[in-house]
Ligand binder design. Structure first.
Ligand code: 13P
Length: 252
């Protein structure tokens, strides 16, 4: 049985004060939740505030990116050991917005995943096709390239320490969610790739989250799919009540 993970990617939203206010409202709403692991990924500047406010709760904090070197002349970048020091436990890697706007490649994803694992951070590795790629029938080819390029060098043991997030780019921030069936098919394909690379047991226990316009109104349908092990939520994770409703999807 794979325990679901509901993760919120706050992107470039929320100051430290807003982060504290969010957690003050959110934590009581999920205090009784046992059905899912809860992760929040605030911007770098709010990580320490989030860790502090979430202390003693079941919520863990993740960053949204990192650099693969431990330190160096890389203006504007943040390393794994700096993230560890804030108390955060995971890090999103390879988000499509980073691939699209900041030239993230499968090669940099692979380096970042290695650095995160070496520092004891759990990577949440994002993959997904664009609309033109889907329309041209290239979805599986793109997922396979991203999977092999980003994760191909891992050992089976490494692989069991990561979370995967399937995020079709055309569903992000558009209100256009993938149907549960379409998402489940992509997840099954990714699980097949995992099985071929890391073995059937590791593939069977891997948790693959869906991301792209997840809301309180569509989470139940998505989670009804055996293949979908949780969600990476953008816009709807910014509001405490809507994020709590997603976390508490079984009660909805
Ligand atoms: P939205 O939920 O706003 O579509 O964003 C999804 C996402 O990119 C999560 O990483």
């Amino acid at each position: 049985m794979r325990k679901p993970v509901i993760a919120g990617n706050w992107k470039m939203y929320k100051t430290q004060a807003e982060t504290r206010a969010f957690l003050a409202e959110f934590l009581p709403l999920v205090a009784e939740s046992r059905d899912a692991e809860i992760v929040l990924a605030p911007p770098f500047t709010a990580l320490a505030a989030a860790v502090d406010a979430a202390r003693g709760s079941a919520v863990t904090i993740a960053a949204q990116d990192l650099h693969w070197e431990p330190e160096g002349a890389f203006t504007g970048e943040i390393s794994a050991r700096m993230l560890v020091e804030t108390g955060c436990r995971g890090v999103i890697i390879g988000h499509s917005e980073r691939r699209q706007y900041f030239h993230e490649t499968d090669e940099t994803v692979a380096r970042k995943v290695r650095a995160a694992l070496d520092a004891g951070l759990r990577p949440i590795v994002c993959l997904g096709e664009t609309l033109p790629e889907r329309e041209q029938g290239l979805t599986e080819q793109v997922l396979e390239r991203q999977f092999r390029g980003g994760l191909g060098a891992l050992t089976p043991g490494d692989f069991s320490s990561i979370l995967l997030a399937y995020e079709p780019v055309w569903a992000i921030g558009t209100g256009r969610t993938a149907t549960p069936q379409l998402a489940a098919a992509a997840h099954a394909f990714l699980r097949g790739l995992a099985s071929a690379s890391f073995g059937g047991d590791k593939a069977a226990s891997a948790r693959i989250l869906y991301g792209g316009s997840v809301k309180p109104g569509n989470i139940r349908g998505l989670m009804a799919e055996e293949e979908i092990d949780g969600a990476l939520v953008g816009g709807a994770s910014l509001d405490p009540a809507s994020m709590a409703a997603i976390v508490n999807f079984r009660e909805g």
